[in-house]
Design a protein around this ligand. Structure first.
Ligand SMILES: [Zn+2]
Length: 628
């Protein structure tokens, strides 16, 4: 509780009533973190200061008398950073069962963005309100999922473009979600029914998200063989819809294409050079996790569950499905299915943690890929399983992590303890693994840089303006950790293991993790996007804007030339020649300005009332030189 009295009144009260100054009831700060090394999220190196927190916000940074605080954390020798923002999560299925979300808190994550890979709550407003009711451990923002709305708008018949009324319905659903505070649109183009959507359909919907300042986050159509094609599509959607693009779990997941991250990263860089805002996120493991459906070709799922079962009952179709599974694996450079591990299989939990080759050998005494593919079909038929796929190379993972636009994100959900699943360890270890293995041991990036990519970069990308930095006024989401001890302990065999070295996690000013133990403070809040339409009525057209950009360059060049002349860097002849060339440019610009139809009154005034009518500065300068 903050007590709104200024310091002088406080001292006056203390002296006149002879109370001990700064006793708990008089404290200015709920919490003060003393003497930590602050790595503030900008990428700057650490500095030492105390942080005063009140009412969930950082209110003071500097030297703070501990007497002024209700509670003090002594953080000497420890790093104090902003709370980590995990931009790629799937909390929909777990948050209501386990609202505290300790697997996120214990690795330093204080905010998550969910609704990824095309899958979100359909009615976001209702869902966000519901989950926050009993209190939540972490702050939550959500995207709206394309698969979710496509399913809603098109019913069960997906393998086609939407009819105009269905597309309108989808746009309406995106609009409703954005008005409820969604931070953007997500796609999962490797999944049903998004896999049947065209680039244009997605761009149409992304335009709606863009009109509210949202982001387009995409699980691309393919992350292996056709990686370049997928990245090109993501960039094209960014360009068409004028929307920032976030490529989810950026990776190379085909053995045949290992090393191709050099090319895919180059594409992101080029897009950025061309003015398209593209960023990526990544989990720091050479293995992915998804449903067993990913081993099959898409036609198998066409028409829904009934159709699938019908196909699996037919011997000939089943043969074809088996051949496709084998071909798909071989096309990615795998000679058997030993890369595919069962994470969770309800029909037989003894499969959990083992790969399809091992299980086939143990259960059927057979080693051929055909028998392994049969097993995959049997598992699919029995309701499916979640899988861990060891398909990536360390080299690609590291190269992606080196890029300044790469964020650290887990792709995980809220975990529970009472099931027998063996999930991907990223849900327990990802951020600690970044700090321990990738910063301290492998030295891929520096500590301040890694922290920047877990804090201010995600906040900037998803426009969480009051988070991701340590500054007065920002939300008090903080992590206090030992840079020499922080380490992930979760493994593929024993994934449900918390990391070590993270001492405190503060969410909105309250201790969610204390001395490395989580509590149930449930201090998280819902982070809603602006829900405001970006003004477009008076928008300056691209043509109008291009004219002004050229005009700015001419003025700047003119001023530079004058300064170079005065400084004696160019002689009179070269100066005059350069001025004449610049005047040519200006004349061309004026010609173009006369031919543009201005939609914007301000621009119209600028060109027709002033710029085109007044005497050019370049001409004035040339006339002055001639007179001399
Ligand atoms: Zn995904």
């Amino acid at each position: 509780m903050k007590i709104p009295v200024c310091l002088s009144v406080l001292i006056l009260l203390a002296t006149s009533f002879n109370l001990p100054a700064g006793g708990p009831a008089m404290a200015e700060f709920d919490l003060v973190i003393m003497g930590g090394r602050i790595v503030d999220g900008t990428g700057n190196p650490w500095y030492e200061a105390d942080i005063g927190i009140s009412d969930g916000k950082i209110v003071e940074i500097g030297r703070i008398d501990p007497q002024r605080a209700n509670e003090v954390i002594y953080a000497q020798g420890l790093i104090v950073s902003p709370g980590f923002i995990d931009v790629h999560t799937h909390i929909e299925s777990g948050i209501e069962k386990n609202p505290n979300a300790e697997n996120f808190l214990m690795m330093g994550v204080t905010s998550v963005i969910t609704g990824n890979c095309g899958s979100s709550a359909l009615n976001l407003d209702e869902w966000l309100t519901r989950i926050s009711g009993p209190g939540i451990g972490v702050n939550v923002a959500s995207l709206v999922g394309h698969n979710t709305i496509r399913r809603e708008a098109m019913g069960g018949d997906f393998n086609r473009p939407p009819r105009p009324d269905e597309l309108d319905r989808m746009k309406e659903l995106v609009d409703r979600a954005m008005r409820a505070g969604a931070v953007g649109l997500s796609t999962g183009l490797e999944y049903v029914p998004g896999m049947w959507a065209t680039t244009d359909e997605i761009a149409e919907l992304a335009r709606v998200a863009a009109s509210y300042g949202g982001v387009y986050a995409t699980h691309m159509r393919d992350e292996g063989e056709f990686i370049e094609k997928s990245v090109a599509e993501a960039i094209a959607i960014g360009e068409k819809a004028k929307i920032p693009v976030e490529i989810s779990h950026f990776k190379i997941s085909s053995k045949k294409r290992w090393g191709a991250s050099a090319a895919s990263i180059r594409m992101v860089e080029e897009a950025r050079e061309n003015g398209i805002q593209v960023t990526v996120d990544q989990y720091l493991y050479p293995a992915s996790s998804t449903g067993i459906g990913i081993l099959f070709t898409s036609w198998v799922f066409d028409g829904g569950r009934d159709k699938l079962e019908e196909r699996l009952r037919d011997a000939n179709t089943r043969d074809r499905i088996r051949r496709d599974v084998i071909e798909k694996a071989k096309a990615q450079g795998f000679n058997d299915l030993s890369f595919a591990y069962i994470a969770s299989y309800e029909s037989d939990p003894s499969f959990n943690g083992r790969n399809l080759a091992e299980i086939t050998l143990a259960k059927k005494g057979r080693k051929e890929i055909e028998a392994q593919a049969d097993l995959a079909i049997e598992i699919l038929q029995a309701g499916g399983a979640s899988m861990i796929l060891r398909k990536m190379s360390d080299e690609d993972v590291e190269r992606i992590f080196r890029q300044p636009f790469t964020m650290v994100a887990s792709d995980a959900g809220v975990m529970s303890w009472d099931d027998k699943s063996v999930p991907h360890p990223r849900g327990f270890g990802n951020n600690a693994r970044a700090l321990g293995l990738y910063v301290r041991e492998k030295k891929i990036v520096s500590l301040p840089e890694a922290i920047r990519r877990m804090t201010s970069l995600p906040a900037q990308t998803f426009r969480l303006w009051d988070r991701g930095l340590i500054r007065p006024g920002m939300a008090a989401d903080l992590v206090i950790f030992d840079e020499n001890a922080v380490r992930d302990l979760a493994t593929f065999e024993k994934p449900k293991t918390f990391p070590v070295g993270i001492d405190y996690v503060i969410v909105n000013g309250r201790k969610a993790v204390e001395r490395s133990q989580y509590s149930h403070t449930n201090a998280g809040v819902i982070l809603r996007g602006s829900a405001k339409k970006v003004e477009s009525a008076n928008e300056v057209t691209a043509a109008e804007r291009a004219l002004r950009v050229r005009d700015e360059r001419i003025f700047t060049r003119f001023n530079m030339l004058k300064r170079e002349k005065e400084a004696g860097l160019i002689n009179a002849d070269r100066y005059i020649a350069a001025l004449r060339a610049l005047r040519e440019d200006e004349m061309k610009l004026f010609e173009d300005a006369k031919n543009v139809r201005f939609n914007n009154m301000t621009e119209h005034e600028y060109w027709h009332r002033s710029r085109l009518k007044s005497l050019s500065l370049i001409i004035q300068e040339l006339q002055m030189i001639e007179r001399k």
